[in-house]
Ligand binder design. Sequence first.
Ligand code: 5RP
Length: 229
Amino acid sequence: MSEATNAKRRAGEKSVEYIEDGMTVGLGTGSTAYHMVARLGERVREGLRVRCVPTSRRTEEQARALGIPLVTFAEVRQLDLTIDGADEIGPDLALIKGGGGALLREKLVAAASRRFIIIADAGKRVAALGQFPLPVEVVPFAWEVTTRRVAKVVGVEPSMRRAGADAYLTDNGNYILDCACGEITDPVRMERELKLLPGVVESGLFVRMADLAILAAEDGELEILERRA
Ligand code: 5RP
C-alpha cells in the first residue's frame, strides 16, 4: 500500500470511532470514504447497530456487500453524522468536493446531518480553495448555454467531464463541468452566484458545512481540525 493510500486508510478508520451504536450515518464517496466504509463493515459484523444512507451507487454497492444496513430519506428525516472525503480543504473547513462525481448526493446527505466529518490525507489542506478544478453539476438540457453562464461566474472556460468519448454522467443523469478557476477568494459568493444560474444543479463548494476534519499525514500522524466560524 502506498503512503498516500495508507494515510487515507488511517483517516477513514479513525473516523469510524465517531460512530455510536444506534446512529444514522451518511456514507461518503471516494477512495478515502472507501476505507471508512470497510472499517464500518467490520464494526457492524462485531455487533454495532447503525442505519446508513450512501451518497453514491458505488458506496451503496460496497455497503450492501459488507452487510451494512441501508435506509432512504423515506425512512429517515435527519442523520446523526455524515463522514466523507474532500478534494480540497481550505480555511474554516470550506471544501471543494465532487472529484468523484457524487457532489449532489453528498451535499444533500451532509445538509441533512447534525454533524459532518471530513476525512482526507493531509495533502488536501490548502491556504485557499481553487487549485483543484471546481466541479459544477448541470442538467444535460441546454448545457451549452449553462456552460457559458457558469464561465462568467468562475472566470474561466469550464471543461465538460468525460468518460472516454462520452460525457460523464452522474448518478442523477447530469453532466459535470470542471472549472479550473484558480484561487477562489470568496467561496460564499461564488457558491451563491452559481446556484442562481438556471441549469446548475449543484456546485462542489461546501462552505460552513464540515464540523471536523481528520487529516492523516504520510508519516501516519493524525491531525484533527474543528471549524471555528
Ligand atoms: C466524490 C468526492 C470525494 O469525496 C472526493 O473526490 C475525494 O475523493 P478521494 O477520497 O478519492 O480523494 O467529493 O464526489
